[in-house]
Each structure stands twice: as C-alpha cells, then as structure tokens.
Ligand binder design. Structure first.
Ligand code: PRP
Length: 182
C-alpha cells in the first residue's frame, strides 16, 4: 500500500504478514491457557488498539472487552514513572481474570502500575500481553506473559504505535528516521 508517511520510515521491522503470524501465535496461547475460563481483555489506549483488534477476534473464549487509558506525568519520549488513570474501565472486575493488552512494554512503569491497581481492586488474576517488549529500558520488574517480539532501543512506529500521535495507521511496524524526532 502506498502511504505518504512511508517516507519517514528508515526500515521495516515487522511486515503485515509477520504481525498476522504473531497475532495467530499469541491468540493460540491465550485460547489454550484460558480454556474453560471467562476472560476480560483490557486494552490500554491508545497504542494497543490495532494489535488488540487482531488478537481479540482470534479468541475463541468466553471473553469481554474493556479499555483503560493511563498516562505518565511529563512529556515526550522519557517516562517519569508516575502514572495516572485518565479513563477507567467500566467493568466490575472482582474475581475476574484480566488480560492487559499493550502495544509495547518499555520502562514498565505503565503496566507495573496498572497491574497492581487492578489486583488491588479485586481481580482474580492479571496477565500482560504486549506486542513488543523493549527489555533494555526496563525500570520496573515486569515481564509480559505473552509477547510478540523483543525490540532494540529504537523508535518504533506503526500498527498502533505513534510518534506525536502520527504513524499509528501504518499497517506494519517500522523504525522512524532519526531526523523526524531529533
Ligand atoms: C505507550 C505504550 C504504553 C506505554 C509503555 O503509551 O502504549 O502504554 O507507553 O511505556 P512504559 O513501559 O515506559 O510505561 P503512550 O503513553 O505513548 O500513549 P499511547 O498508548 O496513547 O500511544
């Protein structure tokens, strides 16, 4: 597909086909692990939406969907580590099995906070599903229960991931040219 924003991409990390295979594999694991259980999938807005849509429609479980929006104080690329919930879930989660769905696990600040917050509110279990894992930047002890791939510390965009709210609509994941964000 020809898109004018393609020119800002240095190289493609994961093609549409590769992302589809990743979604097949992760959804397959989730279907096996939660067989016979009810599952509440919680998408962390906004970055997770494309990945979540691909995972969710591959699930054959009895599952429900909700969304949460978290934000760290501060701006730009560096996370401050202090997280607030800007939009909360609507579902009563007491005794429920939750799967937090994210596009990327970076410092871990967001998911570390959200996981504990949801456990504190009575969830029976909270697991993490992240498309991408960037372990080199981790500040909190959190690892994904399900993930697609580990990525180096480069600026990845597309398939939901943004730079300054742009590039989420790229159907693949690519590395942004440094001159775009320098
Ligand atoms: C990104 C991403 C995760 C978070 C990961 O969200 O979607 O939620 O950062 O970073 P962390 O592991 O360092 O906490 P962002 O705040 O950019 O918002 P977005 O989802 O709307 O793009």
């Amino acid at each position: 597909m020809k898109m004018e924003i393609n020119k800002d991409i240095e190289r493609i990390l994961f093609t549409e086909k590769e992302l589809s295979t990743i979604a097949d594999n992760i959804a397959g694991q989730i279907n096996t692990d939660y067989k016979g259980k009810e599952l509440l999938v919680v998408g962390v807005l906004k970055g997770s939406v494309i990945f979540l849509a691909d995972i969710f429609r591959r699930l054959s479980l009895d599952c429900r969907l909700d969304f949460i929006t978290a934000s760290s104080y501060g701006s730009g690329y560096e996370s401050s580590g202090r997280i607030i919930i800007k939009k909360d879930i609507d579902t009563d989660i007491k005794g429920k099995h939750l799967l937090l769905c994210e596009d990327i696990l970076d410092t871990g600040n967001t998911l570390f906070y959200l996981r504990q917050n949801l456990i504190d509110r009575g969830a029976e279990s909270v697991r993490i599903c992240a498309l991408l894992d960037k372990p080199s930047r981790r500040q909190k002890p959190v690892t994904p229960d399900y993930y697609g791939a580990q990525v180096p510390d480069e600026f990845v965009v597309g398939y939901g991931l943004d730079y300054d709210e742009r590039y989420r609509n790229l159907p693949y994941i690519g590395i942004l040219k440094p001159e775009i964000y320098m």
